[in-house]
Design a protein around this ligand. Structure first.
Ligand SMILES: [Fe+2]
Length: 315
């Protein structure tokens, strides 16, 4: 059932000044209780957010021949994929049925061929705009991770020191208007395997699981939706929550969302922070190397919450 709860909204306008301590505590609190929140006055240029949505909207409205230039390849999760017009690669066939929206996904940081395999050549503004957006979003990711740490009473860099040389990717999802005849399932319930996710959206459609209820996120102009990913849940020893969410089409309008995933480098090893293992607290998760955790998503098609549960230490 979907009800009219609303995820918290935090105004970051004074987060580098007089209100920082209060706002850090607020960010940590909503990350504990919801794992999801929205931020406004976050410092990312609003025209850049609009240009990013525009350039991906242009991409999805391009002729199929143009989009095919970025079609996803057999050995990668990078590129364009459509639920019916493209084949699910062997690499992705496990997850194809769970991710049935049209999308294009690319890693932009670090800018190495290992990751940036299939970015769309058209529209021409897509690549420079994506890079500009990812750089701005990465600064906000880092700021929020610092605020969450401070709000938990930890050193500001308690999380970000584990995210040296991060990998940052964008995934744009495009949903036609939801009708009886063209219903697309969207994105099945899942948690995100990253540190944190920042999302911008054109219309309502993202839904977040709060306790036993699906809550539809109300799109606010120029806001980012923030969600805690699995890795921050692990580092915080379960204090901060990586919650289930799902992507749904809108009943009245086409929907475009752009998510920016902030991840560690492949060799980073994530485990509950030592500074939280005090006063009788023991580690609730086993340590995991990021590349191995990422591979567990792809090779097993394991998108749901039980991916992180596999790391849970038995009590
Ligand atoms: Fe997600």
């Amino acid at each position: 059932m979907t009800v009219k709860l609303e995820i918290p909204v935090i105004d970051l306008a004074l987060s580098d000044g007089a209100e920082r301590e209060r706002l850090c505590k607020e960010v940590a609190k909503v990350a504990e209780e919801w794992g999801f929140f929205q931020v406004i006055n976050h410092g990312v240029d609003e025209s850049l957010m609009t240009r990013t949505l525009d350039v991906y909207e242009d991409f999805f409205h391009s002729p199929v021949e143009e989009k095919t230039k970025a079609v996803i390849s057999e050995d990668s999760i990078e590129g364009w994929k459509h639920p019916t017009l493209t084949q699910a690669s062997e690499y992705l066939q496990h997850v194809a049925s769970q991710f049935s929206a049209e999308y294009v996904a690319n890693s932009w940081i670090p800018a190495t061929p290992k990751y940036t395999k299939k970015w769309p050549p058209t529209p021409a503004a897509l690549r420079p705009t994506s890079i500009e957006f990812v750089n701005a979003a990465t600064r906000l990711h880092e700021k929020l991770c610092r605020m969450m740490a401070e709000g938990l009473g930890l050193e500001s860099d308690a999380f970000v020191k584990h995210f040296v040389d991060p990998r940052v990717s964008l995934r744009a999802n495009f949903y036609p208007v939801k009708t009886e005849s063209n219903f697309v399932g969207g994105l099945a319930p899942h948690s995100d395997l990253c540190n944190t996710t920042l999302l911008i959206d054109t219309v309502d459609g993202l839904e977040v699981k709060k306790d036993d209820t699906w809550v539809r996120v109300k799109v606010l102009p120029n806001a980012f939706v923030v969600n805690v990913g699995d890795l921050v849940e692990i580092l915080s020893n379960g204090r901060l929550k990586s919650c289930l969410h799902r992507g749904c089409p809108n009943e009245n309008k086409e929907r475009l969302s752009v998510s920016c995933f902030y991840m560690p480098n492949d060799d980073a090893v994530l485990a509950p922070l030592d500074e939280l293992l005090v006063d009788g607290q023991t580690a609730k998760y086993k340590a995991v190397r990021f590349a191995d955790y990422f591979e567990s998503l792809i090779s097993k098609g394991n998108l749901l919450k039980d991916r992180i549960e596999q790391l849970r230490v038995e009590e």
